[in-house]
Design a protein around this ligand. Structure first.
Ligand code: ARG
Length: 562
C-alpha cells in the first residue's frame, strides 16, 4: 500500500497526465486540518490550459476514491485527501506483523558482490577498517532483504613488497616466541624497525625486494613465513569479526591473484593497452583526464591496481555479478576510477556495473580513548571500551538486569555500529562515548531500548485474541503516524540499496522509535477493553517486528531486555 502512489494513480486516471508527474507534486500538509495528503493543481494549469481551480473541481467530480481515503475536499487549487485511519492502520498492521515483512524480490536472480572490510595483514585492524566492515555488512544484508544473491568478499591486503620487508625484518630481529605471544603488534614492531634501519642502510630494501621476488616465485621458506604471518593475522581479525557478528563468503585477498596476474598482463598487452614508461608498464588514461594506471613497476613487481584488475575479472567469471561494490575510504576514489576505466578499455562493458562506495574519515574526540598505539586505535580495544562503558551505565540504571554481561556486549557494540551508520556514509564519523551511548538520543541504544520496551509490553499482555481488535481505537494521530512509518519499511530498504546508503535504514529506525514512543506516551495499552487492547498490542508487535528486523539488517543486536 503506497498512499501517495495510489492517490496519484486515482488522479492520473481522470486527467491525461503521467502518474509520476503527479506523484512528485503530492504534498503532506503541515496542518492536519488540510488533510493527510494534498495535491496542488497549479502545475497542471499550463499543461491542461485551464485555471487551476477549475482543474481541481474537475478532478474532484470524476475521481474514484481509493479505498483508504475517507473524504476529499478542495481549498482553492488544492485537493485535500483525508485518510480513513482505521482502515489504513488495519491494512498496515496485517502486513507489518508478517515474518517476511519488508522483504521484496527486486533482486531476484541477480548477484551483487560486495568487497568490504579488507584489512591489511600483519597490520592492526584499526578504526578506519571499522567503517568498511560495518557499511559493507549492512549493505550485504540490505541487498539480501530485497532478494539479491550476495557474495561478501574480504579482499585482504596480503601481498606486496611490504611482506618482503617483514620477512627481512623477521630474519634479522624477529623472535618466534614473542610473535606467537603478541601477534600483529610484534610484527608491527619489527616492521617499523625495518623502516628506521633502512633509512640508514638502504641496501636493506634490496634484500626485502629479494624476499618478495622469492614469494612471487613460490620459494618455500618465504611462503612458509608469509603464511605464518597470514594465519596469525586472520586469527586476530576473526576475533573482531566475531564481536561485530560479521561474516564473509570468501577470503580472497590480493595473494589469491598471484598466479592470475600474468594472464592479465598478457591480455593488456594483446589489447595494446600497455605502454612503457621509465622502465615501468602503464595504461594511459589521459583521454579521461586521469593519471596513468601503473601495472608493472620498473623492478618487475605488480601492484595493488594490477591485483584489482585480476580480481574484477575473476569475480565476473566466478559470480557473474550484476553489481560489484567496493566499500573503501574516499581517498581511494582515484584508484577505483582508474580501475574501472582500465576494465572498460579492455572491452568489458560490465565495468559500468562496478561501483566504488566511498566513506568519510573516522576521528576521535581527543583524549577520550584510553589506548593508542602509535596513533592507531585498535578495533578490539575500542569495542571492549564500548562494552565497559555500557556496563557502567547498566550498573547505574538497571543493576538487577539479568544477563548483564551479554546485554552490555550487544548494546556497547551496537552503539558503535549504529554511530557509524547514522550519518550519510560520506560524512566523517566522530567517536564520542557520551553521544553514542545516550539512551535518549538518535542512537543504537535508543532504538534497542525502544524495542526492549515493546518486548516487555508484549510479554505483559499475555495471550491475545487479535480477531477482537477494533481499529477505531488506534486511529488517533500518534497511532496513525506509527503505522505510516511502519508502512515505509520495504521502501526504505529498496532506497537504501539503490543509494548504497545504510543510514537511510538507521534513520528510519530512529523515526519509527520516536513515533512509537509518542504512541506509547499518548495511549494506555494494557487496558481492560479487549478490543482496544488487541488493536494497540498489535501496533506494539508490529513495531517490535520491524525494529528487530531493521536492527539485524544493519548488524545490530536487538536484546529483549535492557
Ligand atoms: N586493503 C585495502 C586497504 O586497507 C582495501 C582493499 C579494498 N578492496 C579492493 N578490492 N581494493 O586500504
Amino acid at each position: 500500500m503506497d498512499f501517495k502512489y495510489d492517490i496519484s494513480a486515482a488522479i492520473a486516471n481522470v486527467i491525461s497526465v503521467d502518474v509520476n508527474d503527479i506523484l512528485n507534486s503530492i504534498e503532506i500538509p503541515p496542518d492536519k486540518k488540510m488533510g493527510d495528503y494534498a495535491f496542488p493543481c497549479f502545475k497542471l494549469a499550463k499543461i491542461l490550459k485551464k485555471p487551476p481551480v477549475d482543474i481541481a473541481n474537475d478532478i474532484l467530480e470524476k475521481i474514484v476514491k481509493p479505498n483508504f481515503v475517507k473524504s476529499i475536499d478542495i481549498k482553492g487549487a488544492y485537493i485535500n485527501f483525508f485518510a480513513d485511519k482505521s482502515f489504513f492502520v488495519k491494512e498496515v498492521l496485517l502486513k507489518a506483523n508478517d515474518k517476511d515483512y519488508g522483504k521484496s524480490d527486486i533482486g531476484k536472480g541477480k548477484t551483487v558482490v560486495i568487497d568490504y572490510s579488507s584489512p591489511n595483514i600483519a597490520k592492526p585492524f584499526h578504526v578506519g577498517h571499522l567503517r568498511s566492515t560495518v557499511i559493507g555488512n549492512a549493505l550485504y544484508k540490505i541487498y539480501n532483504a530485497i532478494g539479491y544473491n550476495c557474495v561478501g568478499v574480504n579482499h585482504l591486503g596480503d601481498w606486496g613488497t611490504q611482506f618482503g620487508k617483514l620477512i627481512s625484518a623477521y630474519k634479522k630481529w624477529g623472535s618466534k616466541e614473542s610473535i606467537e605471544k603478541n601477534g600483529i603488534s610484534e610484527l608491527m614492531k619489527i616492521y617499523v624497525k625495518f623502516h628506521d634501519e633502512a633509512e640508514i642502510d638502504p641496501s636493506l630494501n634490496d634484500e626485502a625486494r629479494g624476499w618478495f621476488v622469492k614469494m612471487q616465485n613460490g620459494d618455500s621458506e618465504a611462503l612458509k613465513l608469509w603464511k605464518w604471518f597470514y594465519d596469525l593475522s586472520i586469527k586476530e581479525f576473526e576475533r573482531v569479526y566475531n564481536m561485530l557478528g560479521v561474516k564473509f563468503d570468501a577470503y580472497t585477498g590480493e595473494s589469491f591473484y598471484n598466479d592470475k596476474m600474468d594472464a592479465v598482463v598478457e591480455e593488456l598487452k594483446n589489447k595494446e593497452l600497455l605502454k612503457k614508461s621509465n622502465g615501468a608498464m602503464i595504461v594511459e588514461l589521459d583521454d579521461l583526464d586521469m593519471p596513468p594506471c601503473l601495472i608493472i613497476r620498473s623492478d618487475g613487481g605488480t601492484l595493488y591496481a594490477t591485483r584489482d584488475i585480476a580480481a574484477a575479472i575473476y569475480r565476473k567469471k566466478t559470480y557473474d555479478f550484476d553489481k560489484c561494490l567496493y566499500v573503501t575510504a574516499i581517498d581511494q576514489n582515484l584508484h577505483f576510477a582508474q580501475l574501472f576505466a582500465v576494465i572498460k578499455k579492455m572491452g568489458y562493458d560490465w565495468a559500468d556495473n562496478m561501483e566504488h562506495v566511498p566513506f568519510g574519515l573516522v576521528s576521535l574526540e581527543s583524549g577520550k580513548l584510553s589506548t593508542r598505539h602509535g596513533n592507531v586505535v585498535l578495533m578490539e580495544e575500542l569495542l571492549k571500551e564500548a562494552i565497559d562503558e555500557t556496563k557502567r551505565i547498566i550498573d547505574e540504571k538497571n543493576p538487577e538486569l539479568p544477563d548483564k554481561e551479554n546485554v552490555a556486549k550487544q548494546v556497547g557494540i551496537g552503539a558503535v555500529i549504529f554511530n557509524d551508520l547514522y550519518n550519510g556514509r560520506i560524512k566523517d564519523v566522530v567517536f564520542s562515548w557520551k553521544r553514542m551511548l545516550n539512551f535518549d538520543g538518535e542512537t543504537g541504544p535508543y532504538v534497542q531500548y525502544t524495542n526492549a520496551r515493546a518486548c516487555s509490553i508484549i510479554k505483559k499482555a499475555g495471550e491475545i485474541d487479535f480477531s477482537k481488535a477494533d481499529y477505531s481505537f488506534v486511529s488517533d494521530e500518534a497511532a496513525f503516524e506509527t503505522c505510516k512509518v511502519l508502512n515505509d519499511f520495504g521502501k526504505k530498504l529498496i532506497d537504501a540499496a539503490n543509494k548504497n546508503e545504510p543510514s537511510i535504514l538507521s534513520r528510519y529506525l530512529v523515526e519509527l522509535s520516536q513515533a512509537f514512543n509518542k504512541f506509547y506516551h499518548d495511549n494506555p495499552i494494557l487496558v481492560d477493553d479487549i478490543s482496544a487492547k488487541a488493536a494497540r498490542v498489535e501496533i506494539v508487535k508490529a513495531v517490535n517486528n520491524v525494529l528487530t528486523k531493521g536492527l539485524n539488517i544493519i548488524g545490530v543486536s536487538a536484546p529483549e531486555r535492557m
